[in-house]
Design a protein around this ligand. Structure first.
Ligand SMILES: Cc1ncc(COP(=O)(O)O)c(C=O)c1O
Length: 366
């Protein structure tokens, strides 16, 4: 019998019986959405776990990003990375803003501070960097550029749940930071997301914007959206939080195993982990070097033939998608990485047999 396929990730599901009491509570309260008790408890629990002062839950990371940008009342151009998931640029465009893509730096593939500074014009109002794969951006340099030029910063922290540096959560950087709790993320609520902010006034503004823009029963403060997280998802988040440290530990073991294995596989380089003191091991990106006997796409196919399904995060670059509404450009570092990157499977339920199969397949794929 052939082995079952191994995908790049698998959602983390705690034991079903542990979820039943939460569902019973929801059935008893009859409260299904609109900021109910589970929602309130999850906001408080996440603030505590992440070490952030205020957090506003959303029904997905994309709506969180859209509302975060709306809340800052931006205009004109927003500098961002072409090396990300399309949601980053879509959220900018949804706000009627013009995404200006600039290149990434070669070590962690995060926005290059020099490239940001070179792209600033009198029309620039904000920067949207991505903590790609959970590796923190050069926040000191980016925040300093923003201060110098009077720009807002919204970090797309979709990959960066729980990541900390020596001074605390990396979500404290910028004006706002946005998380995704999509099923495939390190911490999930089926679908979900959040905006982290510094003060209560901003939290209340975000709360209004995600609730249609309503301020009380008869005042419409803005053209808001419906970005509310439902109670079942919020309850699932509370349960996930109980398991998160075990899940992160399991990811760490896989990361360590891959890094050791790759030392003996010339031509395949693991992307280094960055300045974080607490990591989340959300992805395992590998760069296929020119010295490797196969191209990235040949390696992808070769692994798929052995039932190992890696993913090309991030290929193509956002502006290079067919029918993309975004202007093309010259981003040599991002394009080179996009042509050579392959993310290997990493998730808490990955068994040691499966891990061995992946390493064996990498060794054989020559
Ligand atoms: C970098 C990045 N930004 C934004 C998103 C959007 O999050 P969501 O899927 O929760 O809408 C994702 C992932 O899905 C992502 O990877």
């Amino acid at each position: 019998m052939s082995n079952p396929p191994v995908h790049v990730t698998r959602p983390f599901l705690p034991p079903l019986e542990e979820f039943i009491p939460y569902l019973e509570e929801i059935w008893t309260s009859g409260h299904l959405t609109n900021g109910g008790p589970m929602h309130q408890r999850l906001e408080a629990a996440l603030c505590e776990y992440l070490g952030v002062p205020h957090l506003c839950l959303f029904n997905n990371g994309t709506s969180a990003l859209m509302v975060a940008l709306q809340a800052l009342e931006l205009q004109g151009e927003v500098i961002t990375t072409p090396y990300s998931f399309v949601a980053t640029a879509n959220a900018i465009a949804w706000n009627g803003l013009d995404p200006v893509f600039v290149d990434v730096e070669p070590t962690y593939l995060n926005l290059s501070p020099e490239a940001i500074e070179a792209a600033i014009t009198e029309n620039t109002s904000a920067i949207v960097p991505v903590h790609c794969y959970g590796n923190p951006c050069d926040t000191a340099a980016i925040d300093a550029i923003a201060r110098r030029h009077g720009l807002k910063v919204v970090y797309d922290a979709a990959h960066a749940f729980g990541v900390r540096d020596s001074e605390g959560s990396i979500l404290r950087h910028g004006d706002l930071a946005v998380l995704s709790f999509h099923a495939t993320k390190v911490f999930n609520t089926f679908e979900g997301g959040a905006v982290v902010c510094h003060d209560l006034e901003m939290k209340q503004r975000l709360d209004r914007l995600k609730n249609f823009g309503l301020d009380g029963e008869s005042r419409l403060a803005a053209t808001g959206m419906n970005g509310k997280l439902n109670e079942v998802s919020a309850a699932f988040g509370l349960l996930q939080l109980k398991h998160i440290d075990t899940a992160l530990e399991a990811r760490k073991k896989i990361d360590t195993h891959f890094r050791l294995a790759l030392e003996k596989l010339p031509g395949l380089s693991a992307l280094p982990r960055g300045r974080q003191t607490n990591d989340n091991f959300s992805y395992f990106p590998v760069l296929v070097e020119p010295s490797y006997p196969l191209s990235r796409d040949e390696l992808l196919t070769c692994l798929a033939e052995r039932g190992i399904h890696g993913r090309r995060y991030f290929h193509p670059l956002i502006p290079d998608f067919e029918h993309s509404p975004f202007r093309g450009g010259d981003w040599p570092v991002a394009r080179d990485a996009s042509d050579r990157v392959l993310c290997l499977p990493i998730y808490p339920g990955l068994s040691s047999d499966e891990l061995d199969r992946i390493v064996y397949a990498l060794r054989e794929a020559r």
